[in-house]
Ligand binder design. Structure first.
Ligand code: ATP
Length: 349
């Protein structure tokens, strides 16, 4: 009985998670997956009422679930976003979810901003390192607020951290028969940390001789993702560059309402979430596109051992896109829950 922690969070997170759950429950009913959902109230409301975002015990308890399904965190009533940092970054760092897996897959050519691109030409995954790099907060400020102010942000790269994300990318490619892994860094300018990436990449690549290993500086990568996205199967990169290039990738696949993600530590904990935030501007109005959350639910089923159901959800989402059964930001007329209805109908078709 897979146990799933459900954290709807804030804003449209709650609306899109509802639709993701409907899809999961529909497939559960059909296939007898015996999924057990436990709703957890972590988010802005709780933070504002109690002053607590998530306790150390609650964070540790998340390890006991087979997966975590998260909506979004962020609320204008908490301008510092402290609760979001505690919960989201807390999960990534404390549960050591070192793989941020972001598929970039175009499901319907009409939604791609590049001209004349067929869906199969935009189909790759990004492995973003999720626990190190420039996001650890190491650094400091000196003489703050004076003309002599100094601010240092340190980039952390450990051999263990670099090796495990690169290895995960090759393992993924190997398991799926994907022929190409591209590592991206800025080793021409960042000569210490990214030299480590270079050396580790060469060493790990040598263990996978059947996979073509290539390297691009990140500035070139961004150009190539636009010019020739078909040259990529798997991209692996650090935390900051991964953050940026996956948002570029989200646009290539049709926008932030279609981008799904997983935060994974193989064999331990895994959390799945749509890439978009809580979108306070449209929260509570039934306008949110739930497809990213539904695709994230699909990734979660794949992770729980049901890759056939992940494929089926993806096909149902593609059918909805092709039939214009989408929300307004994609040019449709449907509400959040009507898109959920449409996906369920497409699953059964
Ligand atoms: P955060 O919660 O991380 O601060 P945000 O919600 O302000 O982020 P994004 O998630 O990047 O930012 O969204 C930016 C805008 O894109 C939103 O304000 C909203 O208008 C739109 N948007 C985001 N997600 C969706 C969605 N699922 N459906 C429709 N529109 C969306």
């Amino acid at each position: 009985m897979p146990r799933i922690a459900v954290i709807p969070g804030d804003g449209i997170g709650r609306e899109v998670i509802d639709q993701g759950l409907r899809v999961l429950q529909h497939l559960d009913g059909e296939r007898g997956l015996d999924l057990v959902f436990e709703h957890l109230p972590y988010g802005a409301d709780r933070y504002l009422e109690t002053g607590t975002s998530i306790t150390a015990d609650e964070m540790q308890a998340l390890r006991r679930y087979d997966a975590i399904f998260l909506g979004a965190l962020g609320d204008p009533r908490v301008p510092t976003s402290q609760h979001a940092k505690d919960i989201l970054l807390g999960m990534r760092f404390q549960l050591d979810l070192y793989i941020n897996l972001r598929p970039v897959k175009l499901l319907d050519a009409r939604y791609c901003p590049l001209k004349d691109r067929a869906p199969e030409e935009v189909s790759f995954v990004v492995f973003r390192e999720n626990t190190e790099g420039l996001y650890t907060g190491i650094g400091g400020q000196f003489k703050r607020g004076t003309p002599d102010e100094v601010a240092i942000e340190a980039e952390l790269n450990t051999r263990k951290g670099v090796e495990r994300i690169i290895r995960a990318a090759f393992e993924y490619a190997d398991a799926r028969g994907l022929g190409r892994v591209c590592m991206s860094d800025k080793s021409n300018a960042m000569r210490h940390g990214h030299d480590l990436w270079q050396r580790v990449f060469r060493a790990v690549a040598a263990e996978y001789p059947a996979i073509e290993a290539s390297h691009l500086y990140v500035d070139v990568l961004t150009m190539e993702m636009v010019r020739a996205p078909d040259r990529f199967d798997v991209i692996v990169t650090n935390n900051l560059f991964g953050d940026i290039v996956t948002d570029l990738g989200a646009q290539l696949q049709g926008g932030i309402g279609l981008a799904a993600s997983g935060n994974i530590h193989p064999g331990q904990a895994a959390m799945f979430e749509p890439v978009h935030g809580s979108a306070p501007d449209i929260a509570g109005q039934g306008k949110a596109n739930p497809l990213a959350a539904i695709l994230s639910a699909g990734m979660m089923l794949g992770h729980l051992g049901h890759p056939d159901l992940e494929d089926r959800i993806e096909r149902a989402v593609r059918d909805c896109l092709q039939a214009d059964r989408v929300t307004r930001e994609l040019g449709g007329t449907l509400s959040t829950s009507q898109v959920g209805d449409a996906v369920i109908a497409a699953l059964d078709a």
